[in-house]
Design a protein around this ligand. Structure first.
Ligand code: HEC
Length: 149
């Protein structure tokens, strides 16, 4: 019985977690990146099909946390599409909300993650927050990522 209760509690927590990330996304991100995660060509980059690739390369996880925390500006290329806009910093959101929205954007829409993917945690967002980066620092982190084919 105790076993059953812990399973129920864990299931409930897991569902709650996903919903929180989705709610943070709907409130703060959807206007630009769209409900489909596909963004708007030439204006707002697609997260769908993009961030699940970023999160698995070296430095990608760290970069994603910082892009959301500190915002970013400057030219980026995603699958041959170029964007040159600006995203405000989302540091006013709590560490939990940022971890939640990151977990939502890397695992939603048509994206798949490796089975051993470890979810973003509020603790790692708090650690990144202490660095106080600016737009240029975040762009440099992105430019340093190396993507395979
Ligand atoms: C006002 C429009 C706007 C909103 C709202 C917005 N973004 Fe962005 N986002 C952008 C733009 C524009 C860029 C690309 C900036 C550039 O060209 O340097 C971007 C870039 C990103 C990137 C980096 C993508 C990459 O390929 O490196 C991530 C991740 C991201 N946004 C997540 C989010 C999340 C999560 C939220 C909500 C908390 C959010 N964005 C809200 C406009 C927005």
């Amino acid at each position: 019985m105790r076993y059953l209760i812990s399973i129920l509690v864990l299931t409930f927590l897991a569902v709650g977690f996903a919903q929180d990330g989705e709610a943070v996304y709907s409130t703060n991100c959807v206007a630009c990146h769209q409900a489909t995660g596909d963004g708007l060509p030439g204006a707002f980059p697609n997260l769908n099909g993009n961030v699940s690739k970023i999160v698995v390369v070296e430095g990608g996880r760290d970069y994603l946390i910082k892009a959301v925390l500190f915002g970013m500006m400057g030219e980026i290329t995603i699958a041959e599409n170029t964007f040159n806009g600006a995203m405000p910093a989302w540091g006013s959101l709590s560490d939990e909300d940022i971890a939640g929205v990151l977990n939502y954007i890397v695992s939603s829409w048509e994206q798949e993650l490796p089975e051993d993917f470890a979810e973003f945690t509020a603790e790692e967002v708090a650690t990144a927050r202490a660095e106080e980066l600016n737009f240029d620092d975040v762009l440099a982190l992105r430019n340093a990522l190396v993507f395979g084919e």
